[in-house]
Design a binder for this molecule. Structure first.
Ligand SMILES: [Zn+2]
Length: 168
């Protein structure tokens, strides 16, 4: 593991194993179809109990963890578009919440309407989900980190088979 060579990609059973900074083979990581365009930069952060802030605190305390792992992942048109649609829907929810919130904002702070609260909550939830989709990508989820290597669930079987045998 490690070394001064190019960052590597390999598999361990059904898990995709990525070294920090690696560019994956030019096939869709989900369905193994021909990729489209430039690879997508993906950042993998440790999943843990609690919220994002809690995780950052945990990570800062954990000496073995050396930070997020970044990789450049190819996606086909379909899988690239699906993530974009999810982000667009979130953006629409945020916009609706903000515009609705402005339209229903109370003149008198004692007269907060239910609609105003509803719009505020949708804007908040939309933004939260948008950030989650941006930070934690919706296709590949980390199962564990080792130094600057991440083990990911979610890669397609055909793609993994194309990587050949796991490193010993
Ligand atoms: Zn695909």
């Amino acid at each position: 593991m490690g070394g001064a060579t190019e960052p590597a990609v390999s598999r361990e059973g059904k898990l995709l194993v990525l070294e920090h900074g690696v560019t994956l083979p030019a096939r869709c990581v989900i369905c193994n179809k021909p990729h489209s365009g430039e690879p997508v930069k993906m950042k993998f952060i440790r999943f843990g109990k609690g919220g994002v802030v809690d995780r950052m605190v945990q990570d800062a305390l954990r000496s073995g963890y050396t930070g997020p792992v970044t990789a450049y992942v190819h996606l086909c048109d379909f899988h690239r578009a699906r993530k974009m649609w999810v982000l667009l829907i979130c953006a629409a929810v945020i916009l609706t919440g903000v515009v609705g919130g402005i339209c229903t904002s109370p003149k008198n702070p004692n007269l907060v309407s239910g609609m105003f609260v509803f719009f505020l909550v949708s804007a908040f939830l939309g933004s939260w989900f948008f950030m989650m989709v941006l930070i934690y990508n919706i296709y590949l989820s980390p199962t564990r980190f080792e130094d600057r290597v991440v083990y990911l669930k979610g890669a397609g079987k055909a793609f993994l088979d194309g990587l050949g045998q796991p490193k010993s």
